[in-house]
Design a protein around this ligand. Structure first.
Ligand SMILES: [Zn+2]
Length: 288
């Protein structure tokens, strides 16, 4: 059984610091932490950026340092040649219309995919929209359904994972399951789906290597059993961690970032916290 085989592979992790610009080698997934929930994925000669093109952010969540932000929007190394840019939703700590337009303007082959709400914001606020319109896509499948989009070397599954039921205009939030190189990576954005809603996607069938989730999903006992049981990834990457100046209530009963991290690491040994600029190389220790 393919699932059984894949489970036997160990994922090895090494960490480099400072947005190092070395390419992924064969059989390896490189994940660069861009800031807040932003990750740059690289495998099989393809590059995908999720939730990395934002500007203002939302305090106390971390922003990209200014000089790196410039390089990022100008599509300069190590942020050059990104094939696909994804934004889970339109909030200011995940997406900025000007930043996305700047990147697409700097990198003529890059495609952008997000929710209808985010793309509508691009259309309304970016003057040069017409010049990038043919590379901008939006879709929102029905809840519980997946929609697949294939690009050269990348298969993208879109999942409608709601951002909470409150409010007059619910915030659309996409979960992305990205098949890139030999790896499968899930990014859930800021979803508040419950067990039944997540189970509907039968995610365990995909042998997901890496699940990128907000740290609160690993901090809370019920949320972490939900993700461990339904997604069953080899590795969790914990993102969206506030800066150390955040009020204690951000860290639940842990009260501070360091205690929260050590508690999560103890409860979820397969969890890794991403700090902006860190590059994680994930490798399987053996081939089947
Ligand atoms: Zn957020």
């Amino acid at each position: 059984m393919a699932g059984g085989l894949r489970r036997a592979w160990a994922v090895a992790l090494t960490v480099l610091l400072g947005f190092a610009g070395v390419s992924a080698i064969a059989g390896e997934l490189r994940v660069t932490a861009v800031g807040n929930a932003g990750v740059l994925l690289e495998a099989g000669g393809r590059r995908v950026l999720i939730d990395g093109l934002y500007r203002a952010g939302v305090s106390p969540y971390l922003r990209v340092p200014a000089h790196k932000q410039k390089a990022l929007e100008a599509a300069r190394e190590p942020f050059d040649a990104i094939d696909l840019i994804l934004a889970t939703h339109h909030h200011a700590d995940h997406f900025d219309a000007g930043a996305v337009a700047a990147y697409l303007g700097s990198s003529p082959k890059t495609v952008f995919f997000s929710t209808p709400q985010a793309v509508d914001r691009l259309k309304r606020t970016v003057e040069e929209f017409e010049s990038i319109a043919d590379r901008v896509r939006s879709r929102l499948p029905a809840e519980g359904r997946r929609s697949i989009s294939d690009m050269d070397g990348i298969r993208l599954h879109l999942l409608n994972l709601h951002h909470g039921r409150g409010g007059e205009t619910p915030v659309q939030n996409l979960g992305f399951l990205v098949e890139i190189g030999d790896f499968r990576v899930l990014h859930v954005g800021d979803t508040e789906v419950d067990r039944t809603e997540l189970e509907a996607h039968d995610l365990a069938q995909f042998d997901i290597d890496v699940a990128v989730v907000g740290y609160w999903n690993l901090q809370d006992r019920e949320r972490r059993s939900l993700y461990r049981e339904t997604v069953r990834p080899e590795t969790f990457l914990a993102v969206h961690v506030p800066g150390s100046e955040a009020p204690p209530e951000y860290f639940g009963s842990a009260r501070d970032a360091a205690t929260m991290r050590s508690r999560v690491r103890q409860a979820v040994p397969e969890a890794v916290f991403l700090a902006p600029g860190e590059v994680h190389r994930l490798r399987r220790s053996s081939e089947p």
